[in-house]
Design a protein around this ligand. Structure first.
Ligand code: UD1
Ligand code: CA
Length: 456
């Protein structure tokens, strides 16, 4: 097998995005565009993958990590100039080089593999991945001769009206004979409307040298969508969302309204889980089997066990066990660990707290910086008073404790095992195991007080 290299172009600013964020770092289904491209390329298996960086180089490197070779394109003089930056690294290698753009996030490993195969079967010096576009505006067009052989690629901005009527576009992904690529790049000039060194000009240069140019046309235009502005970004998101959702459905997950369900590219979901409308699951979230999630639920970077129900709620950076019931209208904030069979009901906020097996906070509570044991019952309106305006303090509620309604637990404080807090208490001192604590005024009843008032 021949050596295989990949060059991914990611140096542009992306002016048309009108953004402070570099174009290729904009996310599609929660993953930066360039990361999508890198992930697909790495599954093809390349001897070396080179990413050309420029604008936002540090941010791009931070995103992609150290397994990649980076090359700096100091000035963005065009896609041909960008590839040229890899010359010293790759020029003397024998084999094929696939060039891709960091702004085509929908490209798949299968298509890249087919492109390489087509290139090798045809013994071409260059093979262009092309597609038929219903609206080719903005793309380079594939100019063929009468016999159908590829002559050159003309950029939209440089094209004549006749050329603009061509619907076969350059997707920006190519496969080259490595030596031929770098040799031809030396002859690329910048006499064009944009004054840039165009990579596609390599095609015409090789064609003039009577080298064989092939075009591999994919029937999925969607996959080759180039994102230059936010309208295309939304289209890419829509296509990727559909792709992700279909993969989950094929894996045994029910989505009752896939058009209204947003699942991040890296999320994992077990079989027979049902996801209801308006739900957004993002980051590296893992959800188990037989769960019911949604409607209208957001889960971010969290782990959820099996047979758990979460409705109309937000869960962020937390771990949720098996057979847990959350919501409606609960908020589980970061660093919480909710044990098996726990119930978190409506209008309950939990922050950085642990709940042991079978504990309940069914209504209207704030539990922050707390360690709650197992089988604890937190009555309606239980509040951990964890913050004095400067520091945060811990509340410990041991197994089996019962906290009556509308209680304030002023941290730091420990409620012992099986202890009982009377409703309406403000607890400032530790409560021992098995004790009852009442911390409120006794009720006074003044009989006939009102009658006397009226008589006055
Ligand atoms: C490019 C192609 C066009 C093709 C389209 C497909 C050229 C001249 N045109 O146009 O034929 O139809 O892609 O989507 O190649 N970049 C650099 N350095 C530079 C310039 C660009 O790294 O100096 C990177 C950008 O970050 C981007 C990619 O190259 O990821 C493509 O550049 P872009 O300006 O988006 O090219 P298009 O106008 O879309
Ligand atoms: Ca582009």
């Amino acid at each position: 097998m021949k050596n295989r290299y990949a060059i991914i172009l990611a140096a542009g600013q992306g002016t048309r995005m009108k953004s402070r964020l570099y174009k290729i770092l904009h996310s599609v289904c929660g993953k930066p565009m360039v990361q999508h491209v890198v992930d697909q390329v790495s599954q093809v298996g390349m001897d070396r993958t080179v990413v050309v960086v420029g604008h936002g180089a540090e941010k791009v490197k931070e995103q992609l990590g150290d397994e990649i070779t980076y090359i700096l394109q100091e000035e963005q003089l065009g896609t041909g100039h960008a590839v040229m930056q890899a010359e010293t690294l790759l020029k003397d290698k024998e084999g094929v080089t696939v060039v891709l753009c960091g702004d085509t996030p929908l490209i798949t490993k299968e298509t890249i593999e087919s492109l390489i195969m087509y290139h090798e079967q045809h013994n071409a010096k260059a093979t262009i991945l092309t597609a038929k576009a219903s609206d080719p505006t903005g793309y380079g067009r594939i100019v063929r001769d009468r016999q159908g052989a590829v002559q050159r690629i003309v950029e939209h901005k440089d094209a004549s009206n006749e050329e603009r009527s061509i619907t076969e576009i350059n997707t920006g992904t190519y496969c080259f004979d490595n030596a031929a690529l770098f040799e031809a790049l030396r002859h690329v000039g910048n006499k064009n409307v944009q004054g840039e060194y165009y990579l596609p000009d390599v095609v015409e240069i090789l064609q003039r040298q009577s080298e064989l140019i092939a075009a591999y046309q994919t029937d999925s235009f969607d996959e080759t969508l180039g994102v230059n502005d936010r309208v295309a970004l939304a289209s890419a998101e829509e296509i990727m969302r559909k792709r992700i959702n279909e993969a989950h459905m094929r894996n045994g997950v029910t989505l009752t309204d896939p058009n209204n369900t947003h699942i991040g590219a890296e999320v994992m979901i077990g079989t027979d889980t049902i996801i209801k409308p308006g739900t957004m699951i993002t980051g590296k979230t893992v959800i188990g089997s037989d769960c019911e999630i949604g409607p209208n639920t957001e889960i971010i970077d969290s782990y959820v066990g099996d047979r758990t129900t979460i409705k109309q709620s937000v869960v962020s950076k937390s771990e949720i066990g098996n057979e847990v019931s959350i919501g409606p209208f609960a908020h589980i904030r970061p660093d919480s660990q909710i044990g098996d069979e726990v119930k978190i009901g409506n209008f309950v906020e939990i922050k950085k707290s642990m709940f042991g097996k079978g504990s309940k906070a069914s209504h209207l509570s704030y539990i922050g910086d707390a360690e709650v044991g197992s089988n604890v019952n937190l009555g309606c309106g239980s509040i951990t008073v964890n913050y004095d305006g400067k520091n945060k303090f811990l509340t410990k509620i041991e197994d089996g404790a019962f906290v009556g309604c509308n209680s304030n637990l002023i941290a730091p404080v420990t409620i012992g095992k099986d202890a009982y807090i009377a409703a309406g208490s403000t607890i400032t001192n530790d409560v021992p195991e098995n004790a009852l604590a009442i911390a409120r005024e006794r009720q006074i009843v003044k009989n006939e007080y009102v009658t006397k008032l009226k008589e006055k």
